[in-house]
Ligand binder design. Structure first.
Ligand SMILES: C[S@@+](CC[C@H](N)C(=O)[O-])C[C@H]1O[C@@H](n2cnc3c(N)ncnc32)[C@H](O)[C@@H]1O
Length: 236
């Protein structure tokens, strides 16, 4: 479980000389992220500040990226995820692989009491910044999902990185940047599913490519054109 080491939190935020450090990043600092005026790294993505807040910059010339507010939860996608999770007011949901928070925010907007976990330091930092001051409030923890799953949520929602598929269009930019940062593997997925089924009060939901193989044996599925939701009952 990589983020167990608190030093891993110290993802550095590169602050250019003369930049004002916005107050809204206090929380980020309290999470252990460290501002520095040093030179950014020679390769890859790094956290920086501009006048709008945190931004991901790329040392190899890719355009800067910030995820931006999640789209308003309307249409078939959010409805499918809400059905899959049995969303209702007060249902506790662990969005265990939060990424840019789009799915978790859709569930929070549907009334669920959502907690997010994210294990990648740069993704986590951007997510904290994105969620700051938003309603409904969604707590987000910098943790491996396996540490929070045993806390006992009604629903554990899993959205691992998809395996790359041939003959498909490139994913949108947010997902491309996420792939660049995180990679594509989810080697511990079966173990996480077993743990989630042991501790979820109501169900475990896993998002998959529409035609990808299932992990384990889902109890039912909510199909879709590009993605589907596999639903598992608790094992206990
Ligand atoms: C496909 S993305 C999730 C996208 C997200 N559903 C959204 O709406 O933006 C998967 C995310 O899970 C995170 N992740 C993978 N394994 C994890 C784990 N064991 N614990 C916490 N986060 C994990 C990755 O860092 C990545 O950001």
């Amino acid at each position: 479980m990589p983020p167990a080491d608190p030093a891993a939190r110290a993802a550095r935020v590169f602050v250019e000389p003369g930049q004002v450090f916005p107050e809204r990043l206090d929380r980020l600092l309290s999470e252990g992220f460290a501002p520095t005026a040093a030179q950014p790294p020679p390769s890859g993505w790094y956290l920086a500040l501009d006048r709008d807040g945190l931004v991901l910059r790329n040392a190899e010339g890719e355009a800067p990226f910030r995820p931006g507010p999640a789209p308003i939860a309307r249409g078939r996608g959010p409805m499918a995820i809400a059905r899959a999770c049995g969303a209702r007011t007060g249902l506790t949901v662990l969005d265990a692989m939060a990424g840019w928070g789009v799915d978790g925010l859709a569930l929070a907007t549907a009334g669920c009491a959502v907690t997010m976990t994210e294990s990648h330091p740069l993704v986590f930092a951007m997510l904290v910044d994105l969620l700051e001051g938003r309603a409904p409030h969604v707590p987000v923890e910098f943790q491996d999902a396996r540490r929070l799953i045993p806390s006992g949520f009604d629903v554990v929602y899993l959205d691992p990185m998809f395996e790359p598929r041939r003959k498909t269009a490139l994913p949108g930019r947010p997902m491309q940047v996420l792939r660049d940062l995180v990679g594509r593997d989810a080697p511990d997925l079966e173990e996480i599913l077993v743990l989630a089924r042991r501790h979820a009060g109501d169900r475990v939901v896993m998002k998959r490519h529409a035609h990808a193989r299932a992990v384990g044996v889902p109890d039912w599925r909510i199909p879709g054109r590009t993605v589907r939701f596999d639903v598992y009952r608790p094992s206990a």
